[in-house]
Design a protein around this ligand. Structure first.
Ligand code: SAH
Ligand code: AVI
Length: 332
């Protein structure tokens, strides 16, 4: 079953408003959620397999080690996954929550009845929901095409729920957006329900920059894909190959910033929103931040949003953290 909260019409209006705000701003910006049409979702999957892009492998290592513990601690009946994409790593969680090791028949079935993947990318969501429905007989798969900054109030499923937000996608929100996001997750959860959060950790800037500027150029294609999305959905005439991929480490904010740099001066028409925009040679359009975290910072933000700590796990090289948070103060 798939609920579509983000209809094509709603998505068109949201993209139009964002493009108008971002392309007329100085400096120019676009929000990263617009990377993810079908091609963008495929390119992201390709990124996860690159030798330089360690976060997916690191988080998978943690999930392999901890899925059983997560099941025991939470006793989840519903697993909600925000920004679920292909939900590939999530299978480890589903296995743990259903009381079986990867690929094994259930020894003692766990209490999990329902899986709720939510994503803006309808193609990625439908493919993942179909594959998981086929591979997990008896599990109710209730997909939601939606925006996790807007549609959290409509999450189905019985308590206790675990809301998983994996991959470090929280780092793609700006600090204010992050605070608002944590508060809204807290608002929809009852005391005693759970948030499972993946956060990439601060590390050697050379390792970070390589992860966002790979030698095969896949991240560059992913970055430029946002211009293809504007060309297709808003009728824009961006000359996509006239923009270069830039990834830099901002040491003060502790985040990677991705930009698209105009190789020469040009003007771009965006007919659907009646805009003509000018780029100077070398001008940069900001497309994504990917914040990296420290344990103290994550703890402070979750405490402020009304969560209490459940667990903090890292991979064997301390590159990535998966943490579990209980909705409510310790007394609730
Ligand atoms: N969780 C997966 C995918 C991460 S890629 C993993 O760990 O590998 C980020 C995913 O979040 C993409 O599938 C993208 O479509 C989705 N996404 C980005 N912004 C979103 C938003 N505002 N609301 C819902 N989904 C979003
Ligand atoms: C989805 N998100 C966590 C990815 C990241 O690492 O910030 C998106 C990405 N951008 C470039 N490479 C991957």
């Amino acid at each position: 079953m798939i609920d579509v909260h983000l209809t094509p019409d709603h998505a068109f209006r949201a993209l139009s408003a964002d493009a108008r705000a971002g392309l007329t701003a100085d400096p120019k910006w676009l929000a990263p959620k617009w990377f993810y049409d079908a091609r963008g979702s495929e390119l992201f999957e390709e990124i996860t397999r690159l030798p330089e892009y360690y976060p997916t492998r690191a988080e998978r290592e943690i999930l392999e080690a901890r899925a059983g513990e997560i099941a025991r601690l939470t006793g989840a009946r519903t697993l909600v996954e925000l920004g679920s994409g292909s939900s590939e790593k999530t299978r480890l969680l589903l296995d743990g929550l259903r009381g079986r090791g990867a690929g094994e028949a259930p020894a003692e079935p766990g209490p999990l009845t329902t899986f709720v993947p939510l994503d803006v990318s309808e193609s990625a969501l439908r493919d993942a929901a179909r594959a998981i429905t086929a591979d997990y007989p008896g599990l109710v798969v209730h997909g939601v095409v939606g925006d996790f900054t807007e549609h959290l109030d409509r999450l189905p499923g019985d308590a206790p729920r675990v809301v998983a937000f994996l991959g470090g996608t929280i780092g793609n929100l700006l600090p204010d957006e992050r605070a608002e996001f944590f508060a809204s997750v807290r608002e929809v959860l009852e005391p005693g329900e759970w948030l499972l959060l993946g956060t990439d950790l601060v590390k050697d800037p050379d390792v970070l920059v390589a992860a966002y500027d790979d030698s095969a150029g896949v991240t560059a294609e992913f970055n430029r894909n946002v211009l293809r999305v504007l060309n297709r959905r808003l009728g824009a005439d961006f000359e996509v190959d006239a923009f270069s991929h830039v990834a830099v480490w901002d040491a003060e904010n502790e985040w990677i910033e991705m930009h698209l740099r105009a190789d020469r001066a040009m003007s771009v028409l965006v007919p659907q929103i009646g805009l003509e925009i000018e780029f100077a040679a070398g001008e940069e359009l900001s497309t994504e931040i990917s914040a990296k975290f420290r344990r103290e910072g994550v703890e402070a933000e979750l405490d402020k949003a009304g969560f209490s700590p459940g667990a903090w796990w890292t991979d064997s090289e301390d590159r990535f953290a998966l943490s579990l948070w209980r909705a409510g103060s310790v007394h609730e």
